[in-house]
Ligand binder design. Structure first.
Ligand SMILES: CC(C)(COP(=O)(O)OP(=O)(O)OC[C@H]1O[C@@H](n2cnc3c(N)ncnc32)[C@H](O)[C@@H]1OP(=O)(O)O)[C@@H](O)C(=O)NCCC(=O)NCCS
Length: 160
């Protein structure tokens, strides 16, 4: 693993283990996060995904990914995924800053709209709606976060 991938794995695993909503249940085997981080790295090398990071003295403190939609019908839009901040640094403005940066980056790349999905049942939907995103739908019980434990998935849209 390259240093960057190792850093992403360490951040992603810390966020997942603390209950963060970034693609995995809290008890996922570490190797699944390693595989996902390697795929993300490959996507950034190929240019199918763009990763923005925040660094501090101790290393990587947060990241977010911009994923352009594929196909002629969808060239005007992109998805924001994997917004995550190291648990000991949460609540200090880093996530808000990353979200602003990824929106600016999408605008500069010429996208006209963004979408994202997030886990319901906690502060996340409010986090996005307070920052100008519009909720466009909810998939009831779309996410099984533990055996027999379901969360709604909230979908958001932002015009650029
Ligand atoms: C959600 C997250 C990215 C926000 O980043 P942050 O740096 O902690 O947040 P900020 O300090 O910029 O802003 C604080 C806001 O985040 C909200 N928030 C959501 N989850 C939070 C958490 N675990 N800790 C602190 N604030 C959190 C607060 O309610 C607050 O909302 P408000 O300002 O609208 O009142 C971050 O908490 C995180 O990484 N959570 C775990 C991963 C996750 O669930 N990501 C969402 C992917 S869709």
């Amino acid at each position: 693993m390259t240093r960057t991938v190792e850093e992403v794995v360490a951040l992603w695993e810390a966020v997942v283990r603390s209950g963060g909503a970034v693609g995995f249940p809290a008890d996922v085997p570490g190797r699944e996060i390693e595989t996902a981080a390697a795929a993300l790295h490959e996507g950034t090398v190929q240019g199918t995904e763009h990763m923005l990071v925040e660094r501090g003295a101790g290393g990587l403190r947060g990241l977010v990914v911009l994923r352009p939609a594929q196909g002629n019908l969808f060239e005007h839009r992109a998805a924001v995924t994997k917004l995550m901040v190291e648990p000991s640094c949460q609540g200090a403005g880093i996530g808000s800053r990353l979200l602003e940066r990824v929106v600016d980056s999408a605008r500069q790349r010429g996208f006209l709209q963004l979408r994202l999905s997030t886990r319901g049942g906690g502060p996340l939907p409010e986090f996005y709606s307070r920052r100008g995103w519009t909720q466009v739908g909810v998939f009831p019980r779309a996410l099984q976060v533990a055996p027999g434990v379901f969360c709604d998935e909230h979908w958001f849209h932002l015009n650029l």
